[in-house]
Structures are given as structure tokens and as C-alpha cells.
Write a protein that binds this ligand. Structure first.
Ligand code: ZN
Length: 319
């Protein structure tokens, strides 16, 4: 090129070759022992994709001095460092928390040999921290906008699962687990329907409220051992042609799975010609299984004694 000094030809081949005198400094300082720098990965779809608007000056004043407003879900997630599960963190069949490579499309060791009333279960994360607080705010303060935002997150996860299974959203239907009339009256919100609207915003899947429910004491007021009995035979599916559809039953939280099981059974009781092709379940959160979590924790630390395993005794000193 004109104006550039010619590259001097070395008189003899020396090893290692010296860098060219006019080479850029960073090329001369290449460290081949360091790992290569990879480009930053594209943001995963499981992360929170809601818009995170910056706080306006007035919002900052309100938040700092008056405490009047609560930021939208996306900002709260950023503040609390919360994110939905990454792929592989929950079993696709029972939605329990699993370790790396512990589950596949057939399930995880906990559910692989069990018959479940649904063929797939989708969740956002475990029922704790920010997600738990948000779900309680939707239910007990009738915060519809927050419920819809959570539903939009769940909708993104449902679309991913439908694509993975090779199913079309056009052949799917959303069936929210209904609240009874008395409970809707007391809370002022049908929270699962609110979540279903958010899912519909993202997926375009229609909502079919085909389930009806008889009033019983709330599940949360009962011990775990009595919850299955409490909801047994409380739901009925209205006559409707669901043939060929993937019906996705929606609820907010799954603890023992008794409510979701009853809802799926009601759909399975539909007469054969009108019965849906697939029944899936989708919940915002799954109550963490402490025993399973302890298993995962202790499995990751094999050198430590497990809680139900006696600590190894020190060898007796030889006399
Ligand atoms: Zn499983």
C-alpha cells in the first residue's frame, strides 16, 4: 500500500520468529496459553423478557422519599436478581427441581416410573423469594397487572415447550383451574384467569373455561395429608369438543399436586370422542421439595456425611 514501510525480509530463519516491527501492540502480545475470548452469548429466552423501563425522576422521588409505588415486575426482578429457571433446572414431566443431566423427555428418577395425570408440566421457578411474594400480591391484593405479567413469562415458557414437542399453539387451549364463586368474591380476583390472560397475550392460545368447581376449605389451610381428599370430585368439565387439542391446565402454585390432579382427571372423564389429545399442566411456581433439595445438596458434596447417614467414626487407636 502506498505510504506504508516495506516489511524487512529476515536474513535467516530464527525461531521463535520475532514480531514484525510495525505490528500492532496487541498482536505482538498474544498469549497462546490463555483461553480464547469468546463473544458474549445471546440472551437466553428463559430470562425475563419483559420491558424494564428506567425509573423516571418522579418515580425515583416516590420510591426514595414516599415509598408509594412498587416497581413493575421486570424492575423488581432486576433488583432482586431473580430469573426464571434455565432449561434443565426442572423436570419436563413433573416440574420438580433436578440436577444437571438428571432429567430428559421421559422424566426424572422421581417420576419416570410413575403415572401422572398430565404428560408435561411447565413452571417458572420454585415457590420462594420474589416469585412467592408476587404470587401472594396477585392473589391477596387483587393485583391484576402483576398477574398478567407473570402469565406472559409463563406463556414464553409454554411456547418453548410446544415447539420442543413439535406441537402447534393453534391446536392448543388454556384451561385455568377455577376459583369458586365465594373465593372470587372474597379476594376480588380470579387470579388463575388473570394469569391465563397473560399467557394468551404471548401465545395467542384461546382460554376455554370448561371447568367448574365446588367450594371446599382452602388447600393452604389444610395439612398436606388431607389435601387430596379435600379436592376429590370437586371439579367437573362442561361438555365441549376438545378432540385433537393440547389442553394446558393453568394454576398458580403446585404443592402436593392434588388440585392439578383433580383438574386433569375431570378433563380425562370427558367422553372419548371429545377428549383432548394431550393434557399438559403449567404453573407459575412449584413448592420446593426440601428432602429432594437436601439430596441434591449432599450429592454435590460427596465427602460430607449425609443428614440421615451417621458420621464416620474416627478409627480406634490401636493399643
Ligand atoms: Zn420428574
Amino acid at each position: 500500500m502506498p505510504g506504508q514501510a516495506p516489511i524487512p525480509k529476515p536474513s535467516s530463519a530464527a525461531w521463535p520468529p520475532a514480531p514484525l516491527p510495525d505490528a500492532p501492540a496487541d498482536r505482538r502480545a498474544v498469549d497462546f496459553t490463555a483461553p480464547p475470548r469468546l463473544p458474549a452469548p445471546a440472551p437466553a429466552r428463559h430470562t425475563l423478557d419483559l420491558p424494564a423501563p428506567a425509573l423516571s425522576p418522579w418515580q425515583q422521588i416516590e420510591r426514595a422519599w414516599l415509598g408509594l409505588t412498587t416497581p413493575p415486575l421486570a424492575q423488581r426482578a432486576l433488583l432482586h436478581g431473580w430469573r426464571a429457571d434455565a432449561p434443565g433446572e426442572a423436570c419436563p414431566r413433573c416440574a420438580s427441581t433436578v440436577g444437571a443431566f438428571e432429567s430428559d423427555d421421559e422424566g426424572c428418577p422421581a417420576c419416570r416410573n410413575r403415572r401422572l395425570p398430565w404428560s408435561r408440566c411447565i413452571r417458572l421457578a420454585e415457590y420462594q423469594g420474589l416469585l412467592r411474594r408476587c404470587i401472594c400480591e396477585v392473589k391477596f391484593t387483587a393485583w391484576r397487572r402483576l398477574g398478567r405479567d407473570l402469565g406472559r413469562l409463563l406463556g414464553a415458557r409454554i411456547i418453548e415447550s410446544l415447539e420442543h414437542a413439535g406441537l402447534s399453539p393453534a391446536q392448543a387451549a388454556l384451561v385455568p383451574v377455577p376459583s369458586t364463586f365465594l373465593r372470587r368474591l372474597r379476594r376480588g380476583i380470579d387470579h388463575t384467569h388473570c394469569i391465563a390472560r397473560g399467557v394468551r397475550d404471548v401465545t395467542g392460545i384461546p382460554i376455554l373455561p370448561v371447568l367448574s368447581r365446588r367450594h371446599r376449605p382452602p388447600q393452604s389451610a389444610l395439612p398436606l395429608s388431607r389435601r387430596a381428599t379435600n379436592v376429590r370430585d370437586t371439579m367437573r368439565a362442561r361438555a365441549r369438543d376438545l378432540s385433537g387439542l393440547t389442553v394446558i391446565v393453568l394454576d398458580d402454585v403446585r404443592t402436593t399436586g392434588a388440585t392439578m390432579t383433580e383438574a386433569c382427571r375431570a378433563l380425562r372423564r370427558i367422553d372419548a370422542p371429545n377428549r383432548p389429545a394431550h393434557i399438559w399442566s403449567a404453573v407459575l411456581a412449584v413448592t420446593p421439595d426440601e428432602r429432594r433439595r437436601n439430596d441434591l445438596h449432599w450429592r454435590s458434596q460427596p465427602d460430607q456425611p449425609q443428614p440421615d447417614q451417621p458420621a464416620p467414626q474416627a478409627p480406634e487407636p490401636e493399643a
